[in-house]
Write a protein that binds this ligand. Structure first.
Ligand code: ZN
Length: 202
Protein backbone atom coordinates (compact mmCIF):
# COMPACT_ATOMS: atom_id res chain seq x y z
CA UNK A 1 0.00 0.00 0.00
CA UNK A 2 2.95 2.30 0.68
CA UNK A 3 3.81 2.08 -3.04
CA UNK A 4 0.35 3.31 -3.96
CA UNK A 5 0.33 6.28 -1.60
CA UNK A 6 3.79 7.27 -2.80
CA UNK A 7 2.51 6.94 -6.36
CA UNK A 8 -0.40 9.26 -5.63
CA UNK A 9 1.96 11.81 -4.11
CA UNK A 10 4.20 11.60 -7.19
CA UNK A 11 1.18 11.98 -9.47
CA UNK A 12 0.01 15.09 -7.63
CA UNK A 13 3.51 16.58 -7.54
CA UNK A 14 5.00 15.67 -10.94
CA UNK A 15 2.31 14.48 -13.36
CA UNK A 16 -0.83 16.47 -12.63
CA UNK A 17 0.61 19.99 -12.87
CA UNK A 18 2.18 19.22 -16.25
CA UNK A 19 -1.21 18.07 -17.59
CA UNK A 20 -3.37 20.56 -15.70
CA UNK A 21 -5.06 21.81 -18.87
CA UNK A 22 -6.15 18.31 -19.89
CA UNK A 23 -7.50 17.50 -16.45
CA UNK A 24 -9.33 20.84 -16.26
CA UNK A 25 -11.06 20.04 -19.57
CA UNK A 26 -11.87 16.48 -18.46
CA UNK A 27 -13.38 17.74 -15.22
CA UNK A 28 -16.55 18.66 -17.10
CA UNK A 29 -16.35 16.42 -20.17
CA UNK A 30 -16.62 12.66 -20.59
CA UNK A 31 -16.44 11.78 -24.28
CA UNK A 32 -14.45 8.56 -24.71
CA UNK A 33 -14.12 7.26 -28.26
CA UNK A 34 -13.68 3.59 -27.44
CA UNK A 35 -15.11 0.98 -25.10
CA UNK A 36 -12.16 -1.24 -24.26
CA UNK A 37 -12.95 -4.61 -22.67
CA UNK A 38 -9.95 -6.50 -21.34
CA UNK A 39 -8.98 -9.05 -18.73
CA UNK A 40 -8.49 -7.93 -15.12
CA UNK A 41 -4.95 -9.33 -15.35
CA UNK A 42 -2.50 -6.82 -13.81
CA UNK A 43 -0.14 -7.18 -16.77
CA UNK A 44 -2.68 -5.90 -19.27
CA UNK A 45 -2.89 -2.10 -19.08
CA UNK A 46 -5.17 -0.78 -21.83
CA UNK A 47 -4.06 2.86 -21.63
CA UNK A 48 -0.40 1.85 -21.76
CA UNK A 49 -0.76 -0.63 -24.63
CA UNK A 50 -2.73 1.85 -26.74
CA UNK A 51 -0.92 4.95 -25.47
CA UNK A 52 -4.27 6.55 -24.71
CA UNK A 53 -4.80 9.73 -22.77
CA UNK A 54 -7.11 10.02 -19.77
CA UNK A 55 -10.65 10.40 -21.06
CA UNK A 56 -10.18 8.38 -24.25
CA UNK A 57 -10.96 4.81 -23.17
CA UNK A 58 -14.05 3.64 -21.32
CA UNK A 59 -12.73 0.45 -19.77
CA UNK A 60 -14.43 -2.71 -18.54
CA UNK A 61 -12.15 -5.36 -17.09
CA UNK A 62 -13.36 -8.82 -16.17
CA UNK A 63 -11.64 -12.14 -15.49
CA UNK A 64 -10.91 -13.62 -18.91
CA UNK A 65 -12.33 -10.52 -20.67
CA UNK A 66 -15.66 -12.30 -20.60
CA UNK A 67 -18.81 -10.44 -21.64
CA UNK A 68 -21.93 -12.33 -20.55
CA UNK A 69 -24.56 -12.48 -23.28
CA UNK A 70 -27.44 -10.13 -22.62
CA UNK A 71 -30.10 -11.22 -20.16
CA UNK A 72 -32.69 -8.86 -18.69
CA UNK A 73 -31.98 -7.93 -15.09
CA UNK A 74 -29.36 -6.03 -13.09
CA UNK A 75 -25.87 -6.69 -14.44
CA UNK A 76 -22.85 -4.45 -13.94
CA UNK A 77 -21.15 -5.39 -17.18
CA UNK A 78 -24.34 -4.88 -19.20
CA UNK A 79 -24.91 -1.49 -17.55
CA UNK A 80 -21.39 -0.35 -18.38
CA UNK A 81 -21.76 -1.50 -22.01
CA UNK A 82 -25.08 0.32 -22.35
CA UNK A 83 -23.68 3.48 -20.79
CA UNK A 84 -20.65 3.50 -23.11
CA UNK A 85 -22.65 2.81 -26.27
CA UNK A 86 -26.06 4.42 -25.76
CA UNK A 87 -25.14 7.35 -23.51
CA UNK A 88 -21.50 8.18 -24.29
CA UNK A 89 -21.75 7.15 -27.95
CA UNK A 90 -18.42 5.38 -28.38
CA UNK A 91 -17.64 4.62 -32.03
CA UNK A 92 -15.55 1.47 -31.43
CA UNK A 93 -15.51 -1.46 -29.04
CA UNK A 94 -12.39 -3.58 -28.54
CA UNK A 95 -12.43 -6.95 -26.79
CA UNK A 96 -8.79 -7.64 -25.94
CA UNK A 97 -7.55 -11.05 -24.86
CA UNK A 98 -3.97 -11.73 -23.87
CA UNK A 99 -1.24 -14.36 -23.73
CA UNK A 100 -0.91 -16.53 -20.62
CA UNK A 101 -4.43 -15.62 -19.46
CA UNK A 102 -5.09 -17.38 -16.14
CA UNK A 103 -8.79 -17.81 -16.91
CA UNK A 104 -8.16 -19.32 -20.35
CA UNK A 105 -5.34 -21.51 -18.98
CA UNK A 106 -7.66 -22.89 -16.29
CA UNK A 107 -10.17 -23.85 -18.95
CA UNK A 108 -7.67 -25.16 -21.49
CA UNK A 109 -5.95 -27.31 -18.88
CA UNK A 110 -9.14 -28.34 -17.07
CA UNK A 111 -8.00 -27.02 -13.68
CA UNK A 112 -10.01 -28.20 -10.67
CA UNK A 113 -12.11 -25.17 -9.73
CA UNK A 114 -14.28 -26.92 -7.15
CA UNK A 115 -12.71 -24.74 -4.41
CA UNK A 116 -13.40 -21.57 -6.38
CA UNK A 117 -17.11 -21.67 -7.17
CA UNK A 118 -17.42 -18.02 -8.19
CA UNK A 119 -14.63 -18.42 -10.74
CA UNK A 120 -16.06 -21.71 -12.00
CA UNK A 121 -19.47 -20.11 -12.44
CA UNK A 122 -18.12 -17.01 -14.15
CA UNK A 123 -16.01 -19.04 -16.59
CA UNK A 124 -19.17 -20.72 -17.87
CA UNK A 125 -19.46 -17.57 -20.00
CA UNK A 126 -16.59 -19.08 -21.97
CA UNK A 127 -18.45 -22.31 -22.77
CA UNK A 128 -18.87 -21.25 -26.39
CA UNK A 129 -15.18 -20.27 -26.52
CA UNK A 130 -14.24 -23.82 -25.47
CA UNK A 131 -16.69 -25.30 -27.91
CA UNK A 132 -15.07 -23.36 -30.75
CA UNK A 133 -11.52 -24.48 -29.88
CA UNK A 134 -10.10 -27.53 -31.60
CA UNK A 135 -6.36 -27.06 -30.87
CA UNK A 136 -4.58 -29.24 -28.34
CA UNK A 137 -1.24 -29.39 -26.54
CA UNK A 138 0.94 -26.28 -26.43
CA UNK A 139 -1.32 -24.51 -28.93
CA UNK A 140 -4.43 -24.84 -26.84
CA UNK A 141 -4.23 -21.82 -24.54
CA UNK A 142 -3.39 -19.43 -27.39
CA UNK A 143 -6.14 -20.88 -29.57
CA UNK A 144 -8.66 -20.61 -26.72
CA UNK A 145 -7.62 -17.00 -26.08
CA UNK A 146 -8.39 -16.16 -29.73
CA UNK A 147 -11.63 -18.13 -29.91
CA UNK A 148 -12.69 -16.53 -26.63
CA UNK A 149 -12.27 -13.05 -28.07
CA UNK A 150 -14.53 -14.01 -30.99
CA UNK A 151 -17.09 -15.63 -28.69
CA UNK A 152 -17.19 -12.53 -26.46
CA UNK A 153 -17.65 -10.28 -29.50
CA UNK A 154 -20.66 -12.43 -30.37
CA UNK A 155 -21.95 -12.06 -26.79
CA UNK A 156 -21.42 -8.31 -26.99
CA UNK A 157 -23.63 -8.11 -30.08
CA UNK A 158 -26.56 -9.57 -28.08
CA UNK A 159 -26.72 -6.42 -25.94
CA UNK A 160 -29.55 -4.26 -27.31
CA UNK A 161 -27.55 -1.01 -27.26
CA UNK A 162 -24.78 -2.65 -29.29
CA UNK A 163 -27.19 -4.39 -31.66
CA UNK A 164 -28.98 -1.09 -32.26
CA UNK A 165 -25.75 0.80 -32.97
CA UNK A 166 -24.40 -1.99 -35.21
CA UNK A 167 -27.63 -1.97 -37.21
CA UNK A 168 -27.37 1.78 -37.74
CA UNK A 169 -30.55 2.41 -35.74
CA UNK A 170 -28.92 4.64 -33.15
CA UNK A 171 -27.54 8.18 -33.20
CA UNK A 172 -24.03 6.77 -33.64
CA UNK A 173 -22.78 3.53 -35.16
CA UNK A 174 -20.31 1.23 -33.50
CA UNK A 175 -17.64 -1.10 -34.87
CA UNK A 176 -16.40 -4.17 -32.98
CA UNK A 177 -12.76 -5.28 -32.91
CA UNK A 178 -11.07 -8.40 -31.51
CA UNK A 179 -7.51 -8.03 -30.28
CA UNK A 180 -4.95 -10.26 -28.60
CA UNK A 181 -2.05 -8.74 -26.65
CA UNK A 182 1.14 -10.77 -26.35
CA UNK A 183 2.89 -9.96 -23.07
CA UNK A 184 6.45 -11.17 -23.89
CA UNK A 185 6.69 -9.25 -27.20
CA UNK A 186 4.32 -6.33 -26.62
CA UNK A 187 2.60 -7.01 -29.94
CA UNK A 188 -1.13 -6.73 -30.56
CA UNK A 189 -2.87 -8.78 -33.22
CA UNK A 190 -6.31 -8.02 -34.60
CA UNK A 191 -8.48 -11.05 -35.33
CA UNK A 192 -10.50 -11.19 -38.52
CA UNK A 193 -13.98 -12.69 -38.51
CA UNK A 194 -12.58 -16.22 -38.81
CA UNK A 195 -10.19 -15.70 -35.91
CA UNK A 196 -7.11 -15.39 -38.09
CA UNK A 197 -4.64 -12.83 -36.71
CA UNK A 198 -3.92 -9.92 -39.01
CA UNK A 199 -1.47 -7.08 -38.41
CA UNK A 200 -2.99 -4.13 -36.65
CA UNK A 201 -3.35 -1.29 -39.13
CA UNK A 202 -1.44 1.69 -37.77
ZN1 ZN B 1 -6.51 -12.92 -18.41
Amino acid sequence: MQDLTEGVARFRRDVYPARAELFARLAGTHRPTTLFISCSDARVVPELITQSEPGELFVIRTAGNLVPAYTPGPDGVAASIEYAVAVLGVSDIVVCGHSACGAMTALAENHDLSGAPAIAGWLRHADASRARTTASGAEKVGALVRENVLAQLANLATHPSVARAMAGNADSTVTLHGWVYDIPTGTVEELDATGRPVPLAA
